[in-house]
Design a protein around this ligand. Structure first.
Ligand SMILES: N[C@@H](CCC[C@H](N)C(=O)O)C(=O)O
Length: 277
């Protein structure tokens, strides 16, 4: 069969978006890995699948797969592209869209200027929420990585994040420490590794080595996790501008059980059809 798809990106974090409301298909892990290949396939950081909701109170079900084929709980940049996609495809006319994800329901609001704001829910710091092996809930945990003692904040945004503070994000050892943190045995479900440089209480620079996809140009849940961890440690104050290699996001958080609100762009690149073997 020929599968119709749309290529999109949020600040260079790129997606293949597939409508399974009007098409029928099933993608196996190895097909996802092949499609994600930037030389032999289409190339993307994540595959986003749009399905009818299982809960009648929600508008859609939104499923997310990393480039390695693993299904994950949440994707912030993907959520914004998802909102733009369902409106562009005329699957909905709503400005406020409620979707089911593997990490829980999300509310997406399409603004007049085309940017999308997402209620990302409240961050969870308890180690069992990620999961992370630790005896207690602390703002920073010591972590031995490749013989180095690092200090990381751990945050669940539905998906797991470890945030490491660095002095200079341009020279941070993301390629060396990223994969080692991602598959550290104290994170049984692996983890996304963020490298955060604090510029001022309202501005950070961030690079993220994503679980299952490698370093990306932007990570929405990584931006939320870094801001939540930074505010919890008294380093940051809401709102925070997060400067990522692909562009900037605005993150607001009132603290405690309040949700993080992420605002940023969502871009369509092209549409195509690909044979599914
Ligand atoms: N790019 C995403 C996060 C995608 C999922 C992540 N790699 C994971 O495995 O949890 C974002 O914008 O949040």
């Amino acid at each position: 069969m020929l599968l119709h798809f749309t290529k999109m990106h949020g600040l260079g974090n790129d997606f293949m978006v597939v409508d399974l409301v009007t098409q029928r298909a099933r993608l196996r892990d190895e097909q996802i890995r092949q499609l994600a290949d930037r030389h032999f396939g289409i190339g993307f950081d994540q595959l986003l699948i749009v399905e009818p909701p299982r809960d009648p109170d929600l508008d859609f079900r939104y499923r997310i797969f990393n480039a390695d084929g693993s299904e994950v709980e949440n994707c912030g940049n993907g959520a914004r592209c998802f909102a733009r996609f369902v409106r562009d495809q005329r699957l909905t006319h709503k400005h406020e869209i409620r979707v089911e994800t593997a990490g829980g329901p999300l509310t997406l609001v399409v603004q007049e200027d085309g940017r999308v704001s997402v209620d990302m829910g409240a961050p969870r710091f308890a180690p069992e929420a990620l999961p992370f092996e630790a005896a207690q809930d602390l703002p920073r945990h010591a972590l031995e990585v490749e013989g180095e003692r690092l200090e990381v904040g751990v945050v669940s945004m539905g998906n797991p994040h470890a945030v490491l503070r660095v002095d200079d994000v341009d020279n941070a050892p993301v390629a060396r420490l990223g994969p080692a943190i991602e598959s550290h045995p104290r994170f049984p479900k692996r983890v996304n590794a963020g490298f955060m440089q604090v510029v001022s209480p309202h501005e950070i620079r961030l690079r993220v080595y994503e679980r299952g996809s490698g370093e990306t140009l932007a990570c929405g849940t990584g931006a939320c996790a870094a801001v939540a961890s930074g505010i919890r440690q008294g380093l940051l104050e809401s709102p925070v501008t997060v400067r990522l290699p692909g562009g900037s996001l605005t993150i607001e958080w009132a603290g405690n059980d309040a949700p993080l609100i992420m605002t940023g762009p969502a871009e369509r690149v092209f549409e195509g059809r690909v044979p599914l073997n």
